[in-house]
Design a protein. Structure first.
Length: 391
């Protein structure tokens, strides 16, 4: 198969969060805006997924739905084939997105004011969950080794041994793009087991391993360590289905599983969209070849960005990510405060990016850029970045 990822799809006018819901200061120039902040893809989803949803819509009734045996088996088969993980149906719990699952797990395993570890710079949705639930955010800041980020394990053990109740682990990491090694993942899981800390692993980017790197799930560690573990996954990020709001949380601990089921029932979240279910089945059963093509295209996008910026604006540094379609650009050598960085990009160049400060103090001087777009659009984004700081 050969997919045309170069095709430009017009997303304006589709109630798209990324392209339609702009700041008031940008609405007059909406046609000139290039959106590169929200982490969804500008590639068309794989045609058989659309076909599966369309076929379901041919039936004139959209009533309450449940997950079929085929739904579970398609997910189990995917994780076995793609990640060499053997799962059981009873471990899978479906939610309307990963963040709702993370929030419910935090509620179930901690109390207000309890300490929860995160590793900054971190996806702001995770820190928002901790803060909105009135938990105490404990920062295990990653070590930035010339653009390559490492875990400060000495600090992490000190924190986990001092009464922390939970840790939210971003694996692979957003925004820095690390695919944690087998040893790093094992050390995190073992430490949480040793100190009886609940480990919530956000593995939404698991399928985006680039450049031949391997993804290492927390579930691939010693099974004896898994009673304090919940792993959150989703096909929606992998296949560009984020509007369909579906994720799977994998829990081996039977007591925690029952607690999550009751929580979902209490919130009325124990029924599911038949369209989301059909899309997930089609993606898992038919989407592997498409995904491999898309990852190859993304690698070429990463190479293009690295070559262009190193040639035209070498003061901006970045390590090509090991996973995801997001790049974490280090703009500190430009010597500009964060507000001025954003003004030059957003207000002057009409390029929407994520400000590094949204990811914690460790993000000062950085921006996050989304490269899941046609090559011609990427080239325009890069040209605008260079133009913003040409002087």
């Amino acid at each position: 198969m050969t997919t045309n990822f170069d095709h430009i799809w017009q997303r304006r006018g589709t109630d798209c969060l990324k392209w339609d819901f702009l700041d008031e200061s940008l609405k007059a120039d909406a046609e000139q805006v290039l959106a590169s902040g929200v982490s969804d893809s500008d590639f068309a989803i794989y045609a058989p997924i659309i076909d599966a949803v369309t076929k379901r819509l041919e039936h004139p009734i959209l009533g309450y739905s449940e997950r079929s045996e085929r739904y579970y088996q398609s997910a189990i088969n995917w994780y076995q084939k793609r990640h060499n993980l053997t799962l059981e149906k009873e471990w899978l719990h479906t939610t309307e997105g990963i963040l709702p699952a993370v929030a419910m797990l935090v509620e179930l395993t901690t109390q207000e004011q309890d300490a929860v570890v995160v590793q900054t710079p971190i996806y702001h949705g995770i820190s928002r969950v901790v803060n909105n639930l009135d938990r105490t955010l404990v920062n295990n800041q990653l070590i930035n080794d010339d653009g390559y980020y490492r875990i400060d394990f000495d600090l992490l053990e000190e924190q986990l041994s001092s009464g922390v109740k939970a840790m939210i682990f971003c694996n692979p990491h957003n925004p820095v793009g690390r695919l944690w090694t087998k040893d790093e993942v094992s050390r995190v899981v073992e430490l949480c087991h040793r100190y009886q800390v609940m480990l919530i692993s956000d593995e939404v980017w698991a399928d985006y391993n680039l450049y031949g790197k391997s993804f290492n799930s927390c579930l691939a560690t010693n099974p004896d360590w898994h009673q304090q573990l919940a792993v959150c996954t989703s096909p929606t990020k992998t296949f560009g289905l984020t509007a369909l709001r579906l994720a799977n949380t994998i829990i081996k601990n039977q007591q925690l599983s029952e607690q999550l089921k009751r929580k979902l029932s209490a919130y009325g979240m124990d029924v599911f969209s038949c369209l989301s279910v059909q899309a997930s089945i089609a993606a898992f059963e038919q989407g592997e070849a498409w995904l491999d093509e898309m990852l190859s295209y993304l690698e070429a996008n990463m190479d293009c960005a690295a070559d262009y910026l190193s040639t035209h604006l070498p003061k901006i540094k970045f390590q090509k990510p090991e996973a995801s379609y997001l790049v974490w650009l280090d703009c500190r050598e430009l010597g500009l405060p964060q507000q001025q960085l954003m003004e030059k990009l957003v207000q002057e160049q009409k390029l929407l990016v994520n400000s590094g400060e949204n990811f914690g103090e460790a993000g000062q001087g950085f921006i996050r850029l989304n490269l899941s777009c046609p090559r011609s659009i990427l080239e325009q984004k890069l040209q605008r970045i260079v133009k913003a700081f040409a002087s």
